[in-house]
Write a protein that binds this ligand. Structure first.
Ligand code: XLS
Ligand code: NI
Ligand code: NI
Length: 437
């Protein structure tokens, strides 16, 4: 098979002074930052869906992407060829991981049996390519949203047969993930929500979603799959409201249905924004619950209200992201997964390289800056001092649950008025961050 990117060789680290657009300026895989290589900190992954299946179509126009290796047919042969191209790309880029939905990699057949056969045929090539290149599967997932059968949801559909179809699809996607040595498996509830409450039994739908997840937990044990399960919050789009709407809603759902020990969260930047939160907020909510698993790295456009899935290039964003990731101990099974797509106007194959190189460099800088801020220690020390009143006296007693209402009242009656003791110093802290950017 001829190379799909014949003019591009392996992307190298050339340092910040380089003016080569096909080189890393900051991502140096082997460089050690805060005790670990950048490779091990960031665990970059390329997504199959946007990068190899994205056509550039939008509601107003057809696809624009030039993908000369793709013959446009919905055949297994084309899918197998595409898989080899994907690995040429990932290998040249130097990303250690990739992620897929079942239907990204192989064509859907007329029946589930046929789809499974197609999936196996392409998975064979994926396995060969993983072995040839050393690229690994960060996570797999099932596409339970594109096919019209999922119009009312998958596990939350009003039709029990649709639930059964979705469950069977998840079973197969878990098996293939396991077969390919996947380090995780993700659930994103694309249509698990509602368009109108007038026709919706929310309680029942949520219980059905939990049922699917419990079935998956049981099946995981049965097949000996050791990978991490993730749930990926997103508030809306395609539905008006999705049950996994943000990190807090996901945690509450998992807790309510006794699923919390089996799941971590996969936090996506653009989904955070759609939920009216910052990425940092979502990471802190997940981290505080010990459920920060992985991230889908992208960014939205502040002037557009939908999931634009752009490549992340904003250094503040990557810095705040890595500050939280480092604070909660870094990635173990998860990584930085570029769930991002090149713009419709960026239609040449070369743009795929520029996009990923830019994202990887932005995260490498974010990592270095965040590590320097942690090492400096002033930020953490400020936060610690801000809560110092909780470390002794009445604060300590309340925090440890040893103080009664009566004692607290007696204490404050003696105290008289309480003064706001220290400034929040937001501007001082923002300036401190800028010292490192
Ligand atoms: C869509 C989601 C999706 C998940 C995987 O908005 O981000 O791509 O990551 O199903
Ligand atoms: Ni995503
Ligand atoms: Ni998304």
């Amino acid at each position: 098979m001829p190379a799909a990117f014949p003019t591009i060789s392996k992307i190298k680290f050339e340092g910040p002074k380089s003016r080569n657009p096909l080189a890393f300026k900051h991502y140096n895989a082997k460089e050690v930052v805060a005790g670990k290589t950048m490779h091990d900190h960031l665990r970059f992954a390329v997504v199959y869906w946007h990068t190899f299946r994205g056509t550039g179509s939008d509601p107003f126009g057809a696809g624009t992407m030039q993908r000369p290796w793709d013959d446009g047919s919905n055949t297994v042969a084309n899918a197998q060829n595409r898989a080899r191209v994907a690995f040429e790309f990932i290998e040249k880029l130097g990303a250690p991981y990739y992620c897929w939905h079942d239907r990204d990699v192989a064509p859907e057949g007329a029946t589930l049996g046929e789809s499974n056969k197609n999936f196996d045929a392409v998975a064979g090539v994926l396995k060969e390519e993983q072995q040839r290149t050393g690229v690994k599967l960060l996570w797999g997932t099932a596409n339970l949203f594109s096919n019209p059968r999922f119009v009312h949801g998958a596990s939350t559909s009003c039709n029990a047969d649709v639930f059964a179809f979705a469950a069977a699809q998840v079973k197969k996607a878990m098996e293939v993930t396991h077969e390919l040595g996947g380090e995780g498996y993700t659930f994103w509830g694309g249509r698990e929500g509602y368009q109108t409450l007038l026709n919706t039994d929310m309680k029942r739908e949520q219980a059905h979603l939990a049922r699917l997840l419990h079935l998956a937990v049981a099946y995981k044990k049965q097949i000996g799959f050791k990978g991490q399960f993730y749930i990926e919050p997103k508030p809306k789009e395609p539905t008006k409201h999705q049950y996994d709407s943000d990190a807090a809603a996901c945690l509450n759902f998992l807790r309510e249905y006794d699923l919390l020990p089996h799941f971590k969260l996969n936090i996506e930047t653009n989904h955070a924004t759609l939920a009216g939160h910052s990425m940092q907020h979502e990471l802190e909510v997940a981290g505080a619950a010990k459920a920060l698993g992985s991230i889908d790295a992208n960014t939205g456009d502040e002037l557009l209200g939908w999931d634009t899935d752009q490549f992340p290039t904003n250094i503040y964003l990557t810095t705040y992201t890595m500050l939280s990731v480092l604070k909660y101990g870094g990635f173990t099974t998860g990584g930085v997964n570029f769930d991002a797509k090149v713009r419709r106007e960026s239609f040449e194959p070369l743009d795929l390289f520029y996009a990923h190189i830019g994202g990887m460099d932005a995260f490498a800088r974010g990592l270095k800056i965040a590590a320097a801020i942690h090492k400096d220690g002033r930020l953490a020390e400020f936060v610690k001092q801000r809560y110092a009143s909780w470390d002794t006296g009445i604060g300590k007693k309340i925090e440890s649950g040893k103080a009664t209402m009566k004692e607290i009242e007696a204490y404050i009656l003696k105290q008289g008025e309480v003064a706001p003791n220290t400034s929040g110093r937001q501007e001082y802290l923002e300036n401190l961050i800028n010292e490192f950017i």
